[in-house]
Design a binder for this molecule. Structure first.
Ligand SMILES: Cc1cc2nc3c(=O)[nH]c(=O)nc-3n(C[C@H](O)[C@H](O)[C@H](O)COP(=O)(O)O)c2cc1C
Length: 168
């Protein structure tokens, strides 16, 4: 039995909508989608797969609610769990820090013993200068720019979901 839960950090609703879209496309009940402010050990411990999302604020900062949640999550046992990341940002106004928050999540959790899924997302068709979410020329998870490339959002989610389904 593969139990999936989603946690998102969202200030104005974009990453929340993204989390809900992802859950729907994976045929998951909306009850498995949580704001990261509600992250707790019981829910994490019961999950086999975590889908973690964040927007990026300030100048390459992770969304505010992750400030409390990330140390909590790091203190939990994540060994053997699968983790996938998703993020949203603005590649035009913040082209030097595009989706950095997702890169911060990856960096902070890379020693956790988790198994990454949903990585290696092509940067083709994105326009930005740099991003902490890019490793070896690919995004570490799903990167969405709903502000400048709204027309590509649906296809990007669908492509990522197809990848995830082979790895979950
Ligand atoms: C003040 C401000 C700072 C931002 N900084 C970044 C940034 O550094 N990198 C980025 O990719 N997007 C940045 N953004 C864009 C947001 O991440 C984007 O609007 C996102 O969709 C917000 O998602 P949320 O509503 O889920 O929080 C910034 C937006 C604002 C208003």
């Amino acid at each position: 039995m593969n139990k999936i839960v989603l946690f998102y950090g969202s200030s104005t609703g974009t990453c929340e909508n993204l989390a809900r879209d992802i859950a729907e496309k994976l045929n998951l009940d909306s009850s498995v989608v949580h704001p990261v402010s509600e992250l707790n050990e019981k829910t994490v411990a019961a999950a086999d797969t975590l889908l973690l999302g964040t927007s990026t604020w300030g100048w390459g900062d992770i969304q505010d609610d992750w400030a409390d949640a990330l140390p909590k999550l790091k203190a939990m046992s994540l060994s053997g769990k699968k983790i996938a990341l998703f993020g949203c940002g603005d590649s035009s106004s913040y082209g030097d820090t595009f989706c950095d928050g997702m890169g911060i999540l990856y960096d902070e959790l890379k020693e956790s013993g988790c198994t990454w899924i949903g990585t290696g997302v092509s940067t083709d068709d994105y326009q930005f200068n740099s991003s902490k979410a890019v490793i070896d020329n690919a995004f570490v998870g799903l990167a969405i720019d709903d502000i400048n490339q709204n027309d590509k959002t649906e296809e990007r989610i669908n492509t990522w979901i197809t990848l995830l389904k082979t790895q979950i």
